[in-house]
Ligand binder design. Structure first.
Ligand code: AMP
Ligand code: MG
Length: 418
């Protein structure tokens, strides 16, 4: 387990900015050290443990980029068509029987190695056959055309992938192209997730009149799984301080991170804070973020805990800014800064200065072709439908106080947050 000191998340200010939170987490959380070698089939989404330098050039040998006729560059006609006898044939996976003689062409196919002597290929669409086994080629082709030199994609020894990279399908393809059947990655982090609140009941259980089905636990579990975590679903704990403290102590020993939702506000039925204080050390971050409210950070027996607010939208937004960087840091992944895409606001908005705000929006293409964002009509932090029926979030910086129609704003798609 990655052990953290008790005061690791202590922060002096009254309101924590989103950037301070991300910076503090990245600086204080240390990565799990265990590694494992896995097959490429399991590599998507895993965190690369070591730098990978190209063990061979890509492509590994010089080859034809098209189906056509290979010739010598010095034979290329400059002014008028020329006619070459076709001698030999080389297809992908094969090799030419003999070097290409001057004044001749060789039939060649995409991916086939260039015959010795040949350095240029005519596309078959650009030539014609004269019926006597000869090919008629046009003037004006550049020497070297339609050939892929060895190493033009990746040179041997090139630093191709960095330790800490969260592997994507195209990264897995690169490892395969290098001929590596296995890859060393960090082990998955183990995250315990539970919900708190007497009003909650699990889907499938009987719901009382004053109860609602727990949705956060499933959203958070799914978000964690997308970030490559091994998730333990620990169900619902009622608003009971002793029960909460006991559960926290127990799960801390076998997990790298504990994630809760609900019960972190300042009402007397919000027991997560007190339970964390009993089981370990708590700091409460009053984050300058909307939707958000307080987020609890704690350490229980060396294991970090994040307590998210219960309202689903607040839970989602604070997950992105607090849990996501924590998970990346614990996993040994490079931090992946969120880069909002500029697009045009098709709404007006007023906000308070000195806090970060996220507006739920849909994308549409305006009649002039520009991509614009329309605002979801309602704003409550409890509206799950506002996350379901939108495409992403418009990020409004601390300094912004209003958005005017047509202004450029930054958009984060939900896909980019996971
Ligand atoms: P709390 O943060 O505990 O004060 O909860 C704020 C609001 O979020 C309340 O209306 C809760 O019922 C609701 N809530 C808390 N936890 C969940 C959950 N796991 N799923 C859905 N709603 C929740
Ligand atoms: Mg509650």
């Amino acid at each position: 387990m990655a052990q953290l000191s008790d005061d690791c998340f202590a922060f002096g200010g009254p309101m924590m900015s989103v950037d301070d939170a991300v910076g503090l987490i990245a600086a204080r959380v240390s990565a799990v050290q265990e590694r494992e070698s896995i097959s490429l089939h399991e590599a998507d989404g895993r965190i690369l443990a070591n730098d990978i330098a190209a063990p061979l050039p890509l492509p590994p040998f010089t080859n034809s980029a098209v189906d056509g006729y290979a010739v010598r560059g010095s034979d290329l006609p400059l002014q008028a068509e020329a006619v070459f006898p076709v001698t030999g044939r080389v297809q992908a996976g094969g090799s030419a029987q003999a070097p290409l003689q001057a004044g001749h062409a060789m039939r060649i196919f995409t991916g086939a190695p260039m015959p010795v002597g040949a350095d240029t290929v005519f596309m078959q669409e650009d030539v014609r056959l004269d019926g006597n086994g000869r090919v008629v080629v046009p003037a004006g082709l550049r020497p070297g055309a339609n050939v892929r030199p060895a190493g033009e994609d990746v040179a041997a020894g090139h630093p191709a992938l960095k330790a800490g990279q969260r592997l994507r399908p195209q990264d897995v393809a690169l490892l395969a192209a290098f001929g590596l059947p296995h890859v060393d990655v960090r082990r998955r982090i183990r995250v315990a997730v539970f919900s708190t609140g007497n009003e909650l009941v699990s889907p499938g259980d009987r719901r009382g009149d004053a109860q609602l089905f727990d949705s956060n636990r499933f959203m958070l579990g799914a978000l964690l799984a997308r970030l490559g975590c091994e998730v333990s679903d620990l169900g619902i704990i009622g608003d009971d301080r002793a029960a909460l403290a006991g559960s926290l102590e127990q799960v801390g020993r076998s997990h790298d991170l504990i994630l809760t939702s609900g019960g972190v506000s300042t009402g007397e039925e919000d027991h997560v804070k007190a339970a964390v204080e009993r089981a370990g050390t708590l700091v409460l971050w009053r984050m300058a973020i909307k939707p958000g409210r307080p987020v609890a950070m704690g350490i229980i027996g060396g294991t970090p805990l994040v307590g998210l607010p219960g309202n689903p939208v607040a839970s989602f937004v604070t997950f992105v800014h607090v849990v996501r960087p924590t998970v990346l840091a614990l996993s040994g992944a490079a931090q992946e800064p969120l880069l909002p895409m500029p697009l045009r606001a098709a709404f007006t908005y007023k906000k308070k200065i000195a806090r970060r705000e996220y507006v739920r929006v849909n994308l549409r293409q305006a009649p002039d072709g520009v991509l614009e964002a329309t605002k979801f009509p309602r704003e409550g932090a409890g509206l799950l439908s506002s996350l379901v029926d939108t495409d992403g979030l418009v990020e409004l910086g601390e300094e912004v106080t209003r958005v005017e129609l047509g202004q450029t704003v930054g958009f984060l798609s939900y896909a980019s947050l996971m």
